[in-house]
Design a binder for this molecule. Structure first.
Ligand SMILES: NC(=O)c1ccc[n+]([C@@H]2O[C@H](COP(=O)([O-])OP(=O)(O)OC[C@H]3O[C@@H](n4cnc5c(N)ncnc54)[C@H](O)[C@@H]3O)[C@@H](O)[C@H]2O)c1
Length: 252
């Protein structure tokens, strides 16, 4: 299947987990991909894994929470691609605290990367996406936006915000052919789920609802990458302003 032949794609969070799996999947399907991340080593590992398809891969170090880096580095990557057909905003961070002990610095850090970063990269990419007449934005919500994830109030708030942001731009640019959708993963094995930063005195009975019904535990990031490939391709042509939950039935 070469659904992305000739398509120009920017993926953030491409140095690990779901972002990396998405880069590899979209390269496999023929896309030209700019892989962005704040972690240079992670990007180098993604390039290594791309094998022969790396000839259609470029990498760029970007801090999505930094307006200047997004303008210069992400903007430069889009220029180098000669336009943009698909944006996948996978970059994000997870950290956890009892809410009554959450400092403003902690709150702002999570909001700054997840929510503001998604806004900054989307704003940077919009002119190029609209120029093509059929641009697609895939944003990252989470099951935490709709279901209770204790100690993750800041993170959950960013994911709810990203969902609302995505609906707004889906509506705003619909007449220009832009589609905007969210994936809402849950229980996917990745950098952040290996180290969610849970408090030492975590009450694990509050996390009991986070076990998937399918399989033997957390799934691999490629399970989300396949769904993103469908949403971002013409197979998703009538899907916009909504989210797809990918959590092995954890929240049925
Ligand atoms: N794994 C899950 O179960 C799960 C569930 C719901 C949502 N998500 C979302 O999936 C997305 C991908 O996360 P993942 O699970 O693959 O985790 P991950 O930690 O493996 O990957 C996140 C990537 O984002 C990058 N990143 C962090 N801050 C950045 C910044 N300021 N600028 C640029 N890049 C930055 C990291 O370096 C890392 O490579 C995130 O938005 C996350 O919130 C994951």
């Amino acid at each position: 299947m070469n659904r992305f032949d000739g398509r120009r794609i920017l993926v953030t969070g491409a140095g690990s987990g779901i972002g990396r799996a998405t880069v590899l999947r979209l390269l496999e399907e023929g896309g030209r991909v700019a892989a962005a991340d704040v972690n240079e080593e992670g990007l180098a590992a993604t390039r290594e894994l791309a094998g022969k398809t790396a000839e259609r891969l470029s990498t760029v170090t970007v801090d999505i929470s930094d307006e200047e880096s997004v303008r210069t580095d992400a903007g430069g990557a889009i220029e180098e691609l000669g336009g943009l057909d698909v944006l996948v905003n996978a970059a994000g961070i997870l950290d956890s605290r009892h809410t009554e002990t959450m400092t403003l610095e902690f709150w702002n850090r999570i909001i700054g990367v997840n929510l503001t970063g998604t806004f900054l990269v989307t704003r940077q990419a919009l002119p190029a996406l609209l120029a093509g007449g059929s641009g697609v934005v895939v944003n990252f919500s989470s099951t935490s936006a709709s279901f209770a994830h204790p100690y993750m109030a800041a993170y959950a708030a960013t994911k709810g915000g990203i969902q609302s942001f995505t609906h707004a731009i889906a509506s705003e640019y619909s007449k220009q052919g832009l589609r905007a959708v969210c994936v809402a993963p849950g229980s996917i094995s990745s950098g952040m789920t290996h180290n969610p930063g849970l408090p030492e005195d975590t009450d694990y009975s509050l996390l009991a609802k986070l076990s998937p019904m399918l399989g033997e535990g957390f799934a691999g990031p490629e399970t989300v990458a396949g769904a993103i490939a469908m949403l971002a391709s013409d197979d998703g042509a009538f899907i916009t302003g909504t989210e797809l939950r990918i959590d092995g039935g954890t929240h049925m």
